[in-house]
Design a protein around this ligand. Structure first.
Ligand code: UD2
Length: 321
């Protein structure tokens, strides 16, 4: 079967890994729709069945233009302003990207002649906020505390409601702390493991560097390797049991930041210099997922933290050309 698949944010960290996996099937045509604000052309696999279209998800005009050129069998909506801090500093601008864009896409999907086989929306553990009950199940209290989390949750509700109101085939993924190659470490609010990997790389290359631990390092997270996120997304895309439902995607493991630093040190056979600083305001001390619901759908995490970091470090330490 030939399928045309849209990946918004396909030039970004998670999106580009999804594009790569989908593109392995030669009968698929993947349309990468991205404005390259944080993503990059270099992330997109150079393959005949992968087509790049530049545009803004928060432009109704750009979306209309995209859908006038293509009819999609599957849509993975990953484009977003991924920084929580950015959403706190610029709530209105981030709202347009993280929420309005979702409705533009849903409307265009509803209007297209072809029935979409699945529209999968990338949401976040941020919807659970700071409510302390753990592990987070899909039935846990929802209490987002930032514009980012609020827009993710509102978008989720639009997506699942389009399933119920208009019979659109839809599903929602709630990502926990994703890490892996191509995660950009350049902002202080980048994923912690992208920053730690950068520091580890510098230390390994004999440069002077130190990793800043915010708080005591005892904060707990569910770090999930990007390939497992891709596995989860593809399951949500293809399984009928995901219809109009939200699913956590995590690793099923939980680790303190200090444990993770020890794994890096073991892998690199060297100590990483640490600087302890004040905990971040609003930082959540413990966050981890129950992944039982997506396991019922057939999900099986394939990377332990050790295996994931090994792969990530090997990739990061490849000599530059
Ligand atoms: C994650 C998500 C965010 C949102 C949030 C919901 C990522 C990158 N972010 O934020 O999008 O879904 O969960 O709660 O997945 N840290 C350091 N040193 C550093 C950087 C971070 O100690 O240089 C700490 C940080 O204070 C936190 C932990 O590491 O305790 C993880 O930080 P993060 O920014 O990677 O992710 P998190 O869980 O705050």
């Amino acid at each position: 079967m030939k399928h045309t698949i849209l990946v918004t944010g396909g030039a970004g960290f998670i999106g580009s890994h999804l594009v790569e996996a989908l593109g392995n099937k030669k009968t698929n045509t993947i349309i990468v729709f991205d404005n390259l604000s944080t993503g990059s052309l270099a992330n997109i696999p150079n393959q005949e069945n992968v087509v790049f279209v530049e545009g803004n998800v928060h432009s109704e005009e750009d979306i209309a233009h995209l859908f006038s050129n293509f009819q999609f069998d599957y849509i993975y909506h990953l484009a977003a302003i991924a920084s929580v801090a950015e959403s706190v500093n610029h709530p209105l601008a981030t709202h347009q990207v993280n929420m309005d864009a979702t409705i533009y896409l849903l409307e265009a999907t509803r209007a297209q002649e072809k029935t979409v086989l699945k529209f999968v929306f990338a949401s976040s553990a941020a919807v659970y906020g700071a409510e302390p009950t753990l592990p987070k199940t899909e039935l846990s209290v929802i209490d987002p505390i930032t514009p980012y989390g609020i827009d993710k949750y509102a978008s989720e509700k639009y997506v699942t409601s389009y399933g119920r109101l208009y019979g659109l085939n839809v599903a929602v993924a709630r990502f926990f702390n994703v890490y892996g190659p191509r995660q950009n470490p350049s902002s202080p609010y980048s994923g912690v493991l992208s920053i730690l990997t950068e520091v580890a790389k510098q230390v390994k290359q004999g440069q002077e560097a130190s990793f800043h631990v915010f708080g005591d390092g005892e904060q707990v997270r569910d770090f999930v390797f990007v390939n497992d996120i891709v596995q989860g997304l593809m399951l949500l895309g293809t399984k009928s049991g995901s219809q109009a439902e939200a699913f956590n995607i995590g690793s099923g493991e939980k680790h303190t930041l200090r444990d993770i630093i020890t794994v890096y040190e073991t892998l690199l056979e060297t100590k990483i210099p640490l600087t302890y600083c004040e905990a971040r305001t609003g930082d959540i001390k413990y966050s981890y997922a129950s992944i039982e619901k997506i396991i019922q759908l057939g999900y099986k995490p394939t990377f332990t933290i050790h295996q994931g970091l090994e792969k990530y470090m090997a990739d990061a330490l490849v000599p530059m050309h």
